[in-house]
Design a protein around this ligand. Structure first.
Ligand SMILES: C[S@@+](CC[C@H](N)C(=O)[O-])C[C@H]1O[C@@H](n2cnc3c(N)ncnc32)[C@H](O)[C@@H]1O
Length: 207
């Protein structure tokens, strides 16, 4: 199917279902396959604008008093029952600010991070991987033992090393390409479950 046609179909479906973007379908597929929201009450979405993953998290989380926090450098229109922090992932205060709202460590940390695309493919991949690594660093500071981390990663030469590195912190790490992600797009999702609870500081250079 032509790429524009698939895009249009998902956009229409998203509008119909009330989701803010077609990215919602990627998270729905991830959850259908890996059950990331089962029995979870504390969820953080690190690059959440415009907010469709937050909508899915709210829908799929089966606990009534769930704490859901969305973070993005861009403004996110409010979603009832969801806390939004408008901040860059690079902010040194972000982890403490988020832990303050959570009260207890998170059970799921999500990141659908993507830089502003420049058109230079290798530069875009490099920047995206940097954001995914930063998301990982933040996730291991926020997560409770046995927690789950999901991040988008553009495939590149360094992708494999990053996956291997995450295996040191999580018992189960899988990569997954949802049907709703374009075949030609370099994006993949890394699903890491069973956080070992070791939050030794990892520098970006080590990842
Ligand atoms: C693909 S969008 C996320 C879509 C979202 N998952 C949804 O379902 O609505 C990627 C997001 O990453 C955010 N982003 C990029 N760099 C960031 C940074 N340094 N700090 C925080 N957010 C960032 C962008 O603002 C953008 O909203």
């Amino acid at each position: 199917m032509a790429r524009w046609k698939k895009d249009e179909i998902y956009r229409r479906q998203a509008r119909k279902a009330g989701y803010r973007s077609r990215a919602a379908f990627k998270l729905l597929e991830i959850d259908n396959r890996f059950e990331i929201f089962k029995d979870t009450a504390r969820i953080v979405d690190l690059c959440c604008a415009p907010g469709s993953w937050l909508q899915v998290a709210k829908e799929r989380c089966d606990v009534s008093d769930a704490v859901i926090i969305g973070i993005d450098i861009a403004y996110v229109k409010p979603i009832s029952g969801v806390n939004i922090i408008q901040s860059s992932l690079e902010s040194p205060e972000l982890v403490d600010q988020t832990l303050g709202l959570l009260e207890k460590p998170a059970q799921v940390v999500l990141s659908d991070c993507a830089p502003k695309l420049s058109g230079n493919k290798s530069l875009d991949r490099e920047r995206q991987l940097w954001l995914a690594k930063l998301s990982f660093q933040i996730a291991i500071k926020l997560l409770d033992k046995d927690g789950c981390f999901v991040t988008k990663v553009f495939q590149s030469n360094e992708f494999r090393d990053f996956v291997l590195q995450t295996r040191k912190s999580f018992r189960l790490v899988k990569t997954y390409k949802p049907q709703s992600s374009f075949k030609r797009s370099p994006e993949m999702y890394l699903i890491a479950k069973g956080f070992r609870g070791v939050s030794e500081p990892v520098s970006l250079a080590e990842l």
